[in-house]
Design a protein around this ligand. Sequence first.
Ligand code: GLU
Length: 478
Amino acid sequence: MEVRVRYAPSPTGYLHIGGARSALFNYLFAKKHNGKLIFRSEDTDIERNVAGGEESQYNDLLWLGIVPDESPFNPNPKYAPYRQTERLEIYRKYAQQLLDEGKAYYCYCTEEEVEARKQEQLDNGVKAPKYDGKCRNLTPEEIKKYQEEGRVPCIRIKLTPHKEYRFHDLVRGEMKFSSDDLGGDFVIMKSNGLPTYNFAVVIDDHLMDITHVLRGEEHLSNTPKQLAVYEAFSWVPPEFGHMTIIVNKNGKKLSKRDLNVLQFMSQYREMGYLPEAIVNFILLLGWNGKDNKEIYSLKEAEEAFNEKNLSLAPSTFDEEKMKWMNNYYIKNLSDEKYLEFALPFMGKVLDVNKYSKEELLHIADMFKSEISYGAMLTDGLKKIITPTYDLDEEAVSYLNLETSPKVYQAFIDALSEVTDLSKDSLKAAFKKAMVDSGVKGKNFYMPLRLKLTGSHEGIELYNIIAILGKEETIKRLR
Ligand code: GLU
């Protein structure tokens, strides 16, 4: 049987690090077993969908190199459509089948009534209140009365009492749940005619011949509900695997609302992270390779991946490690690729048309080994091009009313004679100016640096001058 796995995002937002991880592991699983990866849009939570969410999630996956074999954009007619809102007739048909077979029933209770009765259970000491099955056996008169009141029913599944659902989780081993702990007969079709997640997902996974469901731990408690639906249809369920949660450095579950941590692919993209670095970083979130090997290309990951190495411990999202990884991939870019990567970030502060390709590469190279992401290149250049003059006290202590002006003049004179701005020529100019001004060391370099960049830190002074050019350097020193 062909292995078919899926990544099934709800387009209620953009591609998140957790979603990207699910997609990547499904992709690797498919590759390993010569199977197919399906991208399905679970878009029935209509109010929460965001415009462009589905497309941007899909495009971000492509950017990472995770190319689905089937999706709304490259459908296989045998399984299409791939958007749940385009499959509503299918869910209605299957819900009707369960109604006809007495495995589901119309429920006329309002949400408020259900909640009030659950509250009563709580008040009576019940720890886990559930839907009490009030509408399971309504008489024709009761139904008529509800209909006359204008109530629009939802459809609930009839759970088999005391039924044990067992499955072998690919990550966590044997799992066992009781049908008594599922909160009572749950809704499969809402009164607005839309299916619930736990119903639609089963119909789709079954009809799309999904063989393995690999998803986040937050869905573990949904699995027994889904097994109850499989049971109602007498369908064979797929295998399940639930990946551990991703936690921040304090051990707390990564929350999409935590604005301190970058979590969306679009943010990484914008900041200048490389897709190769992100894929590598995500791969190690919950998966361990051999011999603590850390650097994997996507191709290498495809070869090395084994679902048996998915870890059980929560995966810690370490931003420093991500920066380190991105820096590693930046450093290893060829000149050509690096310049292509760097140009948009340089273009935010430099008029790149004024420089030759060699000059641009030279400037970009000054930052190559230091930057963790592209935006740092913009910041580094900005400090030089448009200084803000926030002077550090220690740095200011090197400014001297008597000697500093001598340094500026001596260097202006020395620089004027220089014909190219290579490192060697500039170093020679520094030497000459030191002799002419009689000032050395920090008393020489610091005033120049402060005057040119307004800051006591930054890249090498000769690099700064190469970026500013001769004219601008002299202008600033005057
Ligand atoms: N639409 C669900 C989500 O975004 C998919 C869950 C699943 O993979 O079953 O969480």
